[in-house]
Ligand binder design. Structure first.
Ligand code: TRH
Length: 387
């Protein structure tokens, strides 16, 4: 892996007001990523207005956020960004983030453009999906001029999360790895207890996946282990599939214990990943959190109709120099290869998979995190606009 360490010390930045726009396409990742970004900025002293067209997931992901009890963050309904009374009263933000190609409401853009006078427009960031593919380095930070409408003449910039110093990096809030390191055996037991689960010392496996994952085969493999395993199943699609697999598990479950989890806050979701010896994750944000957990993980990539996820998965495995067992397992878990490979058990032993996960985590942590890069980028844009 070619990862150039970067300076950890961030230059002192002004504290800005940010508008982050997020439209929920499906699943939890859009809100999940935008919330992490908002919370990270707020923790560094910035103020954020988070505009959401669907707040359902936030209610469990970040309890208190919708009630306005999260310091530094106000959550706004998307429709309010077109309300003239609201727009009149809004303080102008220094930075706009439109996430995952969502279009900012035209009334919101117009209100700012008409009220601009001699002032500079906001730094306008187009936050894209994370990928390890080569185009990410080529497209990261490219300008995208606004060609029409009230903001004609302004410029947006692409911001691509990624795995190398030439990309936007990965979200990693300050202190995350220290908190994870301080999460030991006692904290794991207490965390399980808070979920109503006893810690009986089994190997722990978490499962967060899409419909269509070979869950039936996984349950069979876990049940066939001589080592006791406790499978912690997240709420939603994973649960439905495990329930189906259990109803068909003719040969019994052996030493496998299965527990179904409620929807967890993001903070508890992280603790779940830190607690487990193997994590099954999906999409974007949970993958990044599994990387920071430093434990072996299996990634189910967001499947795309045109098959584009195949190249995306291959690029990820190449970028992180994944060893053959990881490649084989991810291929079969993503239905890109027939089911043929066993899990690298026992899970708590020093299997190569564990060493790889630890090494990846360590080398990615040498890079500046996404918010550090974003702050530097915004500061640079501001100084170019003002000079
Ligand atoms: O839900 P996802 O599949 O989201 C996906 C991806 O982001 C994908 O790239 C995107 O195109 C699609 O959405 C629209 O997986 P992801 O990205 O891991 O997001 C899940 C979020 O939910 C993450 O922030 C963790 C959070 N979560 C909890 O906080 N508690 C829970 O109990 C669970 C199961 C998840």
């Amino acid at each position: 892996m070619d990862l150039v360490p970067q300076h950890h010390q961030e230059p002192p930045h002004a504290q800005w007001l940010w508008d982050i726009f997020c439209q929920v396409i499906d699943n939890f990742g859009d809100v999940g990523v935008c919330w992490r970004l908002a919370a990270d900025l707020a923790a560094r002293g910035h103020t954020v207005r988070l505009w959401l067209d669907d707040t359902q997931a936030l209610a469990w992901m970040a309890p208190c956020a919708l009630q306005g009890r999260w310091p530094g963050i106000a959550v706004w309904a998307w429709s309010e960004a077109s309300n003239p009374h609201v727009l009149q009263a809004l303080a102008p933000a220094q930075v706009w983030v439109e996430s995952f190609g969502c279009e900012l409401p035209s009334a919101f853009v117009a209100a700012r453009a008409w009220g601009l006078g001699e002032a500079s427009p906001p730094v306008w960031i187009n936050l894209e999906y994370m990928s390890a593919e080569g185009f990410v380095e080529r497209c990261h930070a490219l300008p995208s001029p606004v060609m029409s409408g009230p903001a004609k003449g302004w410029t947006k910039h692409f911001f691509y999360p990624g795995f190398t110093p030439a990309t936007g990096g990965l979200l990693r809030e300050p202190g995350l790895l220290q908190r994870r390191d301080a999460f030991g055996r006692a904290e794991r037991s207490a965390f399980l207890q808070s979920l109503g689960l006893a810690d009986c010392g089994e190997a722990l496996v978490s499962l967060f996946c899409y419909e269509g994952a070979p869950v039936h085969q996984l349950v069979e493999q876990l049940a066939a282990q001589s080592q006791p395993v406790h499978l912690l199943v997240t709420s939603g699609k994973a649960r439905a599939q495990v329930e189906r697999a259990l109803s068909q598990a003719g040969a019994g479950l052996g030493r496998l214990r299965v527990s179904f989890l409620p929807l967890l806050s993001q903070t508890d979701f992280d603790k779940l990943l830190w607690s487990c010896d193997l994590n099954f994750v999906r999409g974007e944000d949970s993958l990044v959190r599994a990387l920071w957990a430093g434990q072996p993980f299996v990634w189910q990539i967001y499947p795309q109709d045109d098959g584009a996820h195949r190249a995306k998965l291959a690029a990820f495995l190449d970028a992180l120099d994944a060893p053959p067992p990881v490649r084989d397992w991810l291929a079969q878990w993503n239905a890109l290869a027939p089911w043929s490979v066993d899990l690298p058990l026992p899970l708590d032993a020093e299997v190569p998979w564990r060493a790889w996960a630890g090494a990846v985590q360590h080398s990615l942590a040498q890079q500046t995190d996404l918010v550090g890069r974003l702050l530097a980028f915004v500061a640079e844009r501001q100084s170019l606009m003002n000079n």
